[in-house]
Design a protein around this ligand. Structure first.
Ligand code: FPP
Length: 247
């Protein structure tokens, strides 16, 4: 773990989720096609992963492609899928060397064959790594995930009286991930856009006006510092909650 100014190493979120937004606007502002923004977004992915590893975040989940993104113009969807394949191929060695375990959640069967293949190989190659898990949400939406869970529960022999929160969580794509303590969204938009709806019940939300391609390590640390200033109450009163400084 690296000591970063103003960051309390005893209060690092285990799991950070990011809605990477603003690639299109970033590119348009510079007079380029939207895909130019996606291309430059890869550097922000690298920076975020690096920052997460440095301070000891164990799980980083990135909203890389939503179910709704399939409705974008075909050429943008194709370019995004190509970029994904290319990025996975280029980065897998580095990810492996840095002990990163790559995973994906979402309706992965709907991804193009080439993308699915590279993804499966990268997941297989890095499956025994344990320092940090990079989870890509691909063809993912939270409502899709919840409907899938309900379908599976309905098709199982689980009795209705045995259905509780922990059982539902077992049927979600995130079954072996802790809930994120912090969710970040870039680009100034302040909404969740169908991302991890079940899992963020008690997450802290952090919004930054920066467009995703401009997001760097320091921006990640800013989000962590902001998170550490919050008092997480989980429905209790502020008097019931022990403030870390007073422990
Ligand atoms: C949102 O910006 C971004 C996306 C839909 C795609 C994110 C993909 C990457 C950063 C590519 C690489 C990712 C990985 C994990 C290898 P937008 O297009 O919605 O921007 P806008 O809101 O300005 O239109």
């Amino acid at each position: 773990m690296v000591d970063i100014e103003g960051i309390d190493q005893n209060n690092i979120p285990n799991h950070v989720a990011i809605i990477m937004d603003g690639n299109g606007r970033w590119a348009r502002e510079k007079g380029h096609e939207r895909i130019f923004g996606h291309l430059n977004g890869v550097e922000a992915v690298r920076a975020s992963l690096k920052a997460a590893r440095k301070i000891g975040v164990k799980f980083l989940t990135l909203y890389a492609f939503s179910t709704e993104n399939w409705n974008r113009p075909k050429e943008e969807v194709d370019a995004l899928m190509d970029l994904l394949v290319k990025t996975i191929v280029e980065e897998v060695k580095d990810l492996h060397e840095n002990k990163v375990k790559l995973r994906a959640i979402g309706s992965l069967d709907s991804l193009p064959e080439a993308c699915r293949k590279e993804l499966d190989e990268a997941v297989e190659q890095t499956k025994d790594n344990g320092e940090v898990e990079l989870v890509l949400a691909l063809s993912y939406s939270a409502r899709w995930e919840i409907v899938e869970a309900i379908r599976k529960i309905a098709a199982s022999d689980v009795k209705s009286e045995d259905i509780d929160e922990s059982l539902v969580a077992e049927y979600l794509a995130t079954r072996d991930l802790p809930d994120p303590e912090l969710m970040i969204r870039t680009s100034g938009e302040q909404r969740i856009s169908n991302f991890l709806l079940w899992q963020i019940a008690y997450s802290e939300l952090y919004f930054t006006p920066k467009f995703w391609p401009d997001f760097r390590e320091d921006d990640f640390y800013d989000a962590i510092r902001d998170y550490q200033r919050r008092q997480r109450r989980f429905g209790k009163t502020s008097e019931q909650v022990i403030i870390p400084e007073q422990e």
